[in-house]
Design a protein around this ligand. Sequence first.
Ligand code: GLN
Length: 534
Amino acid sequence: MTKYVFVTGGVVSGLGKGITASSIALLLKSRGYKVFMQKFDPYFNVDPGTMNPIQHGEVFVTYDGCETDLDLGHYERFIDEELNYSSNITNGKIYKSVIEKERHGDYLGATVQLVPHITNEIKNKIYEAGTSSSADIVITEIGGTVGDIEAETFIESIRQVQYELGSENTFFVHCTLVPFIFGSDELKTKPTQNSVKDLRNKGIQPNAIVCRTPFETSKLIKEKLSLFCSVPEANIIDSVDVNNIYQIPINYHKQHFDEIILKQFGLPLKKANLKYWEDLITTVDNLKEELEISLVGKYVELHDAYISVGEALKHAGYKINKKIKINWVDSESLEKESVNLKDIFKNSKGILVPGGFGSRGIEGKIKAINYARVNKIPFLGICLGMQLAVIEFARNVCKLEDANSTEFNPLCKNPIIDLMADQKSIINMGGTLRLGNYECTITKNTLAYKDYNQDIILERHRHRYEFNNNYKDILEKFGMIFSGVNTKANLIEIIELANHPHFIACQFHPEFKSRPTKPHPLFLSFIEAANKLK
Ligand code: GLN
């Protein structure tokens, strides 16, 4: 029978609830248990796919094509398991499904209500995560903060799950803040007491409290929290601020967090294998030399919009013992006549153009790609980055002057990036991109083949426009190499250039598959090339 750990948050948002959930999952996995993770988000968008990155940060994509919250990226990077459609449930998804069932007549005769119809739908998603993954333990994070109106039905549903499965099969972790107040010069427990009170008002007694704190809490504080919150002292876990987030699972392990959970579940305490993770921490803590990479995007003031790309760069850096410094370049700022690209890229050993939508900043990105190509600076283009690399080459090398994507100029004479026939009739914006895993066949004797050393790869996608095959011959004639193709639909997946030390771009998103202990081959070879640049 699957066991469930529920992670809630109180006091403030941004406490690192997602990292706590991932750390618990990592520790349980390290003891030989099969884990699965899930996040409930209180908003009414069906998925974050239609939200502006300024609102929501990156949209993470699972292998089966679910557009999800960026926390799922942390989950996958920590536990190195592929998550799926059952992993990110929003209020929008729940309500949509209940209303569709009502229209279909599934509740015929009943008055459809929050309890039991919405809560049953939520519980089904929780149980489904267990059955579809056949995990021993599912770790479910409830987004938002206890007390938020939007999250009430999630809280009520997990209360019901405990009632149905019993306390030997459920474990509640509540994350709170224990702030240090200058002047009174002590750590304060009141916000935690109040937050636990809120949770208990809703019928949930936490089994453990994770205290986010600037430094270790004293025995006195633990005694106080224990008494006021009815949580055993040993189950009050410190989450001390750290510079290196990979330290957190180890900090929890030292406080026996995994042991406490397994004991409640009545599961054997198999030995924890954490050596590989400790090695990672040592590597990260000892990085000295920096390697600068320019990331050219339109949301550079908000690093969360490119979080997986940033992480993937760092992971590749770990492998060669380099600390990656990202030079965040606003693509729109490159469009000014007066801009001095040499100045902007002077310390960068590589240029990366990530994915994106819409026409703002496009010409600036094309200028950056041109700079990388002409000056032989290692280049990695991702999704939109590949489309623009092709446009740049068509315009400046093949002299197809108004080469463009029909996303930005539907009437251009040379639509080198265009919609596929089956995308043209789509009117709904949500969930209709080409999403998730598609195969790509790699041509031998190419940079891509050297990187992957595999004939067929699977990578995750999130885009609507494609390379227009009518232009393949002319681009090839001028030296572009089409090194990866989806042979089923005849779609270009990877391009590269001869006569350049390292110029490669892909239609998919390799960043989603990079792990701190297993860098992605395209990122690794890019960083290695950057490291070689004089
Ligand atoms: N806007 C482009 C498309 O829809 C690229 C998308 C992306 O970079 N994720 O095809």
